[in-house]
Design a protein. Structure first.
Length: 283
């Protein structure tokens, strides 16, 4: 059974966005388009509607996704029943783009170095989306900035307190009092760092345009353009060894809690607590 192929199909059906699925899975978008066509040929009916807003899953697609998820669950139960060495407990954890860049490799290395039998799958999305998906039981847990909305059925265990910085190229230092229209470069428009600086800009009536750029190194390149600023996690700046930058000491709270989110009803679930302990040992 090609369980990896099934997992790829579930990812495509769940996300309904081939561009984002390509980023997560490291497949090209054209390869995923071919995968969709192959699935539709196998089923004999469309699994997506093509709309002006993008792909929308059909009722047939939903039934197919549910079928694939049942196969995956039954396969894992089969491996556990026969005591297979491959039957590692699977945990689907969500993380923001910043969090995965800073901690993703360290988490995987810690699991491998300590021979912890967890099969961890990462999903990269905004903190708002991750928070909602844990609440809806679409993923097991998440590591991300503490979201604004707090669901009563979830635990939000503070793992670390992060700081962020507003920076520009040191050749183009910004005088915010001039209220020149700025270009704000961000990894995610919905991240908590972005929300904080956007609120400050609005409060101070400073005009801006916002551009979402998924690569930290590309943000550094774009900072060479005049009137450009970015907001990034301090650890991320250190990790990429940014040079030729100017940091601004703006009158705003630049600290954000990083939390581990999971269902209160699953507090005793060993795999989730085990993963949480690994993450805490790193941070």
């Amino acid at each position: 059974m090609n369980i990896e192929d099934i997992a790829l199909k579930i990812e495509i059906l769940n996300r309904q966005n081939l561009s984002k699925s390509a980023e997560i899975t490291n497949y090209t978008q054209s390869a995923l388009t071919s995968k969709v066509k192959k699935m539709e040929k196998e089923i004999g009916q469309p699994i997506f509607k093509r709309t002006p807003q993008g792909l929308k899953i059909t009722d047939v697609g939903i039934h197919y996704k549910n079928y694939l998820e049942r196969i995956t669950q039954e396969y894992e139960e089969f491996l556990q029943a026969i005591g297979s060495e491959q039957a590692n407990t699977k945990v689907n954890i969500g993380a923001s783009l910043t969090t995965i860049k800073i901690y993703g490799a360290s988490i995987v290395n810690a699991l491998n170095n300590n021979n912890i039998s967890l099969d961890v799958d990462f999903t990269v999305e905004s903190s708002i989306s991750l928070n909602e998906k844990v609440h809806n039981a679409q993923m097991d847990c998440a590591l991300t900035s503490k979201p604004i909305k707090i669901y009563p059925d979830l635990n939000y265990d503070i793992i670390a307190t992060e700081t962020f910085e507003v920076i520009s190229n040191d050749l183009h230092i910004i005088n915010f009092n001039e209220r020149t229209t700025l270009t704000l470069l961000v990894l995610s428009k919905s991240c908590m760092y972005t929300r904080a600086i956007v609120e400050w800009l609005k409060d101070n009536q400073i005009p801006y345009n916002i551009k979402e750029i998924k690569s930290v190194s590309s943000i550094l390149d774009f900072l060479q353009i005049k009137h450009s600023i970015t907001v990034l996690n301090t650890k991320l700046i250190d990790l990429y060894k940014f040079t030729n930058i100017h940091s601004y000491n703006l009158p705003l709270d630049n600290s954000i809690h990083t939390v581990f989110i999971y269902k209160k009803s699953e507090y005793d679930q060993n795999s989730i607590i085990q993963l949480k302990n690994v993450i805490q040992s790193i941070l």
